[in-house]
Write a protein that binds this ligand. Structure first.
Ligand SMILES: C[C@](O)(CO)[C@H](O)COP(=O)(O)OP(=O)(O)OC[C@H]1O[C@@H](n2ccc(N)nc2=O)[C@H](O)[C@@H]1O
Ligand SMILES: Nc1ncnc2c1ncn2[C@@H]1O[C@H](COP(=O)(O)OP(=O)(O)OP(=O)(O)O)[C@@H](O)[C@H]1O
Length: 296
């Protein structure tokens, strides 16, 4: 597309997640450490009279009505907040869907964040990341995190963000068994006692210190997700049984789980052997951006 802006929408991985309380409106308070992968969806945004969306890519078939797509909903919110109806611009948006849908790695939120970033630039709005996050959180609690796109600790319902500038890049394998899990249902299954805050992650600067810190943490949504989708347990076992896996855990509200590996070779070999044993699962090796990374 002529004059199109390209935006990446990287997968978000919650390395640890504590559910620390519940607000009166039913939203849960969380404390999470999230990083962003070098794989994700891709958007392109071009000037046009109205707003439109085309979806392609391996997971496009799992998204039904484009009108319900978080990309168009975010675009409409930004347009309505920034312009009078008579001067409102449009955009032709193309979304290549490479991330499984409803899978705990923020696909829809990553796409919405990328749309907000891209339209901010296409429409020359000059909104800050904070302004965009304030708008985006009304659509999805993960959108502020996805706008940051670098290692971070998030509290509140996920909108209070503290970047972790020293956090290392990590070699991960992401595995999704092809079962969509509803975030709302998983949170509704958090019926036990709430956790305390995560330990302070600010001293983490390399793989070994990350592993020590991770060993003292968990994802509190893992139990509720396994009750809804027992296959999550099979994914964790498959990761743990493979060679070179240093730690395996579920991301977000599932069902995607991640394994951590010492290097790219170990991660690629593990992804390959999971794909060979379970051809219907999605298993990819990825490197996450470190705290000083500009590409997220
Ligand atoms: C699990 C995480 O992915 C971790 O990063 C997020 O907390 C979920 O973020 P999200 O998918 O953007 O969630 P939303 O689309 O805002 O919310 C979906 C539903 O999940 C529940 N929800 C979500 C976020 C949160 N902090 N507490 C909740 O209880 C609410 O029932 C909400 O109606
Ligand atoms: N662009 C989009 N990509 C993915 N899902 C979308 C999109 N637009 C709307 N949705 C809807 O949003 C719901 C969940 O989206 P998403 O993929 O963000 O969940 P998730 O992977 O569990 O993310 P999170 O980690 O934020 O909980 C699905 O029901 C899906 O139909």
């Amino acid at each position: 597309m002529a004059n199109a802006i390209a935006e990446q929408a990287p997968a978000k991985v919650n390395l640890a997640l504590a559910v620390t309380g519940r607000r009166r409106d039913g939203y849960h308070l969380i404390d999470t450490l999230a990083v962003f992968a070098d794989i994700g969806d891709r958007l392109s945004l071009a000037p046009a009279a109205g707003l439109s969306l085309d979806v392609t890519g391996p997971f496009s078939g799992d998204l039904s009505d484009p009108g319900d797509n978080l990309v168009l909903r975010a675009a409409t919110m930004l347009r309505d907040a920034a312009f009078e109806p008579e001067t409102a611009p449009g955009a032709q948006v193309r979304l290549e869907k490479h991330l499984p849908v409803a899978s705990g790695i923020g696909g829809g939120s990553a796409d919405a964040a990328a749309a907000l970033r891209g339209l901010n630039s296409l429409w020359r709005l000059d909104w800050t990341e904070e302004d965009l996050a304030g708008l985006g959180v009304r659509l999805g609690a993960d959108i502020p995190m996805c706008l940051t796109g670098r290692p971070l600790r998030a509290t509140g319902i996920g909108e209070d963000i503290a970047p972790l500038r020293d956090f290392p890049a990590l070699h991960l394998v992401l595995v999704n068994p092809g079962v969509a899990v509803s975030t709302a249902e998983v949170f509704a299954g958090c019926t036990g006692r709430f956790s305390g805050d995560l330990p302070d992650p600010s001293g983490i600067s390399d793989l070994d210190s990350a592993l020590v810190w991770l060993g003292d943490t968990a994802n509190d949504l893992e139990g509720p997700a396994i009750r809804i989708a027992p296959v999550v347990d099979a994914v964790l076992n498959a990761l743990r049984a493979g060679e070179g896996c240093l730690l395996a855990r579920m991301s977000g509200s599932g069902a995607t789980c991640f394994g951590i590996y010492r290097d790219d070779g170990a991660a690629r070999a593990a992804a390959e052997s999971i794909r060979a044993a379970r051809p219907h699962w999605w298993a990819v090796a990825t490197k996450t951006g470190g705290g000083s990374s500009t590409s997220g």
